[in-house]
Ligand binder design. Structure first.
Ligand code: F6R
Length: 358
């Protein structure tokens, strides 16, 4: 039931702040200590490397997981597109542990990988659908509990997956004695994220205006950033292209000048994410390089890094979890652009919600 919403996508975008609070209640105790199944943690503790596997938006959530696990647990973490990994004859580490990310739990590409490794290695499926195939076939499972995601374009599953990865990384990091994990107040971060998400959602009319002005008539758009901001850019671009049919690319901002900047024309929207202190100045100058070639630059910036003229300011919070908030403006931008172009937001052409063929 869509309730008062014209489309499920808008409803699902709006649910995200509450999902953050719910995950916090479900997987953290009152003191903010993770209550993850100890069997999962002891299996993961034996691993020398994590392999995160997923497709589409779930793959993009996995990329954020790499940053979380490497920074909070100090364990090398690889992230793979399931359809590629399935046939790659990858050289695995001595003691791999696999994490499957799948909203539906039914994605065929990911099932092939699970079948390949199932005899030899332990795995965990993080999914939104209880009893789904990937959750039944993996050694362990954790539920996103984000409520059914109906819109073909995934929104709340992405942020729920990141939140759960953060809780898991905190739990594992503490279990192996990492001080960065001990000092990471995931409960507080999820609450900051929920508030930050809500502030962007409350600003949605302005996003509609930006959509009408700069996106509806564009034939291509770029989303840029570095590090985690780059990973979110990939997700932002997927959201726009899959429902509005505007060709969009997520790009590592430093890589633009190595060729792709040739595509910038007068008015081409370039949407930059600037939430990481180490790379903020660099991404800004990469954005300016596109603006001097005529692009329309837009920025999503963490408060401490903000400058006059920035378009969206997100709260100061751990740089590890800014993706939870920095993804929201582009989710809404994709929504409004699609609506403004007169397309069906929830049912884009050529796509199915659950992809059960390879
Ligand atoms: C994009 C989208 C898809 C899915 C992908 C994986 O908005 O929804 O890219 O993320 O098909 O699906 P799951 O997570 O169900 O394995």
């Amino acid at each position: 039931d869509k309730g008062p919403y014209p489309y499920y996508m808008l409803k699902e975008i709006n649910e995200q702040p509450n999902i953050m609070r719910k995950l916090s209640q479900e997987y953290l105790d009152v003191d903010g200590k993770p209550t993850v199944d100890p069997k999962i943690i002891s299996a993961m503790k034996k691993a020398d490397r994590l392999y995160i596997v997923g497709a589409g938006t779930s793959y993009h959530a996995g990329l954020i997981g790499k940053a979380l696990f490497e920074k909070l647990v100090h364990i090398p973490t690889e992230v793979h597109i399931s359809s590629e990994f399935a046939y790659s004859d990858a050289l695995l580490s001595q003691r791999p542990f696999f994490i499957f990310l799948s909203q539906s739990g039914e994605t065929a590409d990911s099932r092939v990988v699970l079948n390949n490794i199932n005899k030899d290695y332990d795995s965990l499926t993080i999914t939104n659908v209880e009893n789904s195939t990937l959750s039944r076939e993996a050694t362990y499972t954790m539920l996103l509990n984000a409520g059914p995601e109906i819109s073909v374009a995934s929104t709340k599953a992405y942020t729920a997956q990141i939140a759960l990865e953060a809780i898991l990384a905190k739990a594992l990091g503490e279990a192996v004695g990492q001080t960065t994990a001990q000092n990471f107040d995931v409960k507080r971060e999820l609450s900051l994220a929920a508030n930050g998400m809500q502030a962007v959602i409350d600003d949605k009319d302005r996003i509609d205006q930006i959509s009408k002005k700069y996106f509806v008539h564009a034939n291509r758009a770029f989303y840029i950033g570095r590090g985690e901001d780059y990973y979110v850019s990939l997700e932002n671009a997927l959201k726009l292209k899959e429902i509005s049919y505007i060709q969009a690319e997520g790009f590592a901002s430093g890589e633009l000048k190595h060729g792709t900047i040739a595509l910038i024309e007068k008015g081409t929207p370039v949407f930059a994410l600037i939430t990481q202190k180490k790379t903020a100045a660099l991404t800004r100058s990469n954005l300016e390089e596109t603006e001097s070639r005529g692009s329309k630059g837009l920025t999503v910036v963490r408060k401490a890094l903000a400058q006059p003229g920035d378009d969206f300011i997100i709260p100061d919070m751990s740089e590890l979890l800014t993706p939870l908030v920095s993804v929201i403006p582009a989710q809404l931008l994709a929504y409004y652009t699609t609506l403004n172009k007169g397309y069906n937001v929830d049912r884009p052409r050529n796509l199915a919600k659950s992809v059960t063929v390879e």
